[in-house]
Design a protein around this ligand. Structure first.
Ligand SMILES: [Zn+2]
Length: 638
């Protein structure tokens, strides 16, 4: 029996070798391509560990070394992020990637699962920004994994992993099967399985690069800077182009033109057809050539700097009361010759009372100038501001006596020590004002008002508040009001919610609390009509930079509330364990369990994720109570 068994293995090996070697005879050599191979993990980071102690870092490195030999033999230039058992962080790997003009980046990993009954599945992730080269290679690798029996099934996933999301080149990350499955671990110990894997990747690369990759480059310094509202940038291409898609990342009503220049060779000109406001433009480009190859999505930064800048100066009040001591704010904003805001940091110089100082606008072209007044000013104050020799402005602010009480206040918060903008302040029935940059606000009231009640309506994330200011009838009143965030822990945190419309009843309140607490919440679109709605939604999540957490909420035909996390644990597991503990403390009755899950959204995003699955019969109060509790613990855990 043993003999027979070996014989069978021998045939399988022969067959797979045959299948693999035939296309390589026809395929083009990889001469001229620059490929980087990244063996995942290394050094102190073992990666996954098989039941027999085999470490992922070793398997990854062995596959990578085979692959390097194969690609070198095909004529490619090959580099590895590591070729020994070396610890490398993801940012360190990215630094290496950024140094070289690569045609392809391949990261090699092997999967792990805590589930005993997990199917041996190949997972090939690709750079989600590149639906061409990256995706095609991932698809060929996935097919190869299946065809050569490295796994029983294999899927291709637009990946949000750090090295894919931030990669400036076509890139893929392979997980060729689960090394936590004992049978598979055994196979991975043998050289055969590893060379097969390397062969599969090599063949995928050869198929996709059968035709040389399309390379389109801009001939200009980056960022491109122009002082007129029109620009043009010349591109060269190694092949004639038949299609160009030019998009501005932020919304702008500008239209771009792209034309071949009437010169010899492949020279093209990109220009704008409508004038551009001053500011920074981030443009993405995608090109296709006649032979069907596409370029990697390119990024182009264009800075439009109008030479004529208009400075507008607005004092917080149109006069300064006599004897006023303290800081008096004047807001400054920049407009270009088209009258559009100049969204750029600009240094400027200002002078008042024969003192000269310098400052700079924020990236939105706004600044606040603070005049320190000693109460001795009479009649008027002269302020002049200049940016360049051509752009300057000056104003006079009268100093006069007033019968009314002059209130110049400021709103700050521990999270916004420089002052909180856009706080609405109601100071009298039907009278309200907004704080400006620096958190300043101004109002005037009849003298001797005694106690002044202010009602504050801050932006989301802060507590609204009503305060009473006690006064003794002073002429100037300069309150500084400190308001607290609802929950400092949620500030700047990005959370994506994955749930179809049927979950709305309990989600609405939950999402609102998160938003009011200052979290940046995205409700992912779940296109129910699509073939794979969840994968579409995750694709959207993977486009969000620095996403902290995905919360997936659904209903299933079950009697238990099921809380599921990624099998390797991490933040998702921590959140759910804490949630369960707290719910039990609260004497939460329904049956509920935390477990690793195999839901698509858990394993296919760069962010942490949790799945909350209610029974189809769940009652509103039960679901709401759980999400209320989740809201309470979340801030501390993400
Ligand atoms: Zn790994």
């Amino acid at each position: 029996m043993k003999r027979n068994h070996h014989f069978l293995v021998f045939i399988v090996v022969l067959v797979s070798f045959f299948v693999l070697s035939v296309p390589s005879l026809e395929a083009r050599s990889l001469k001229g391509l620059f490929i980087m191979i990244d063996p995942g993990h290394g050094g102190v980071d073992s990666g996954a560990i098989g039941p027999g102690g085999l470490t992922e870092k070793d398997v990854n490195l062995r596959v990578a070394k085979y692959l390097k030999q194969l690609l070198l033999a095909d004529g490619a230039k090959v580099m590895m992020t590591r070729d020994t058992d070396l610890s490398l962080t993801l940012p360190q790997r990215l630094d290496i990637i950024n140094k070289y003009p690569l045609d392809l980046f391949i990261s090699i990993h092997h999967n792990a699962s805590l589930e005993k009954s997990v199917k041996n599945r190949g997972e090939v992730f690709y750079n989600a920004f590149d639906e061409n080269t990256s995706r095609k290679i991932a698809e060929y690798i996935s097919k190869g994994i299946l065809a050569n029996g490295l796994a029983n099934e294999s899927i291709v996933i637009p990946g949000g992993f750090f090295l894919l999301r931030n990669n400036p080149w076509p890139s893929v990350l392979t997980e060729a099967g689960f090394m936590t499955i004992p049978k598979n671990e055994k196979l991975l110990r043998t050289g055969k399985s590893l060379t097969t894997e390397a062969e599969i990747i090599r063949e995928a690369v050869k198929k996709v690069f059968e035709l040389p990759p399309l390379k389109v480059e801009a001939i200009s310094t980056r960022p491109a800077i122009t002082s007129s509202p029109y620009f043009n940038i010349i591109f060269t291409s190694n092949k004639p182009l038949v299609f160009a898609e030019i998009k501005n990342q932020e919304y702008c009503a500008c239209e771009f033109g792209f034309e071949k220049l009437p010169t010899l060779g492949n020279f093209y000109c990109l220009y704008n057809q409508t004038p551009l406001d001053s500011g920074e433009y981030n443009i993405t480009t995608l090109f296709k050539s006649k032979d069907g190859t596409s370029s990697f999505p390119g990024k182009l930064k264009i800075l439009v700097r109008s030479s004529q800048i208009k400075i507008s100066l607005n004092p917080i009040s149109d006069f300064i009361p006599e004897g006023f001591i303290g800081t008096f704010p004047i807001s400054l904003s920049l407009k270009d010759s088209n009258g559009s805001p100049v969204r750029e940091e600009k240094p400027f110089q200002f002078s008042f009372n024969s003192k000269i100082a310098t400052s700079s606008t924020r990236s939105d072209g706004k600044a606040i100038i603070l005049l320190n007044l000693d109460g001795k000013q009479k009649e008027k104050i002269d302020l002049s501001v200049s940016i360049t020799e051509n752009s300057s402005a000056s104003i006079q602010i009268p100093v006069r006596n007033s019968e009314r009480t002059f209130i110049l206040g400021r709103v700050i918060s521990p999270l916004a020590p420089k002052g909180l903008e856009r706080v609405k302040i109601k100071y009298a029935p039907n009278k309200a004002i907004f704080t400006i940059m620096g958190g300043y606000f101004f109002c005037e009231l009849s003298t001797f008002f005694g106690n002044l009640k202010l009602t504050l309506y801050p932006p989301p994330g802060y507590k609204s508040d009503a305060i009473v200011l006690k006064t003794g009838g002073e002429k100037f009143f300069r309150p500084e009001i400190v308001i607290s965030p609802v929950n400092a822990l949620f500030f700047g945190k990005k959370i994506a919610i994955l749930a179809d419309r049927s979950q709305d009843p309990w989600i609405r309140g939950f999402v609102k609390s998160l938003m009011n607490a200052g979290a940046d919440v995205t409700r992912l679109r779940v296109p129910v009509e699509a073939e794979k709605p969840v994968s579409e939604a995750i694709k959207q999540a993977n486009q969000i930079q620095d996403l902290s957490l995905i919360i997936s909420i659904k209903q299933e035909d079950s009697k238990t509330i099921s809380l599921r996390h990624y099998h390797r644990g991490g933040t998702g597991k921590k959140i759910l364990d804490t949630l369960l503990q707290n719910l039990l403390k609260e004497k939460y009755k329904p049956s509920i369990a935390v477990s690793p899950g195999s839901d698509y959204e858990l394993g296919h995003s760069g962010a942490s994720a949790v799945v909350i699955s209610f029974p189809t019969t769940v009652k509103f109060e039960i679901a709401k109570k759980l999400l209320d509790e989740l809201y309470i613990i979340l801030g501390n855990l993400i």
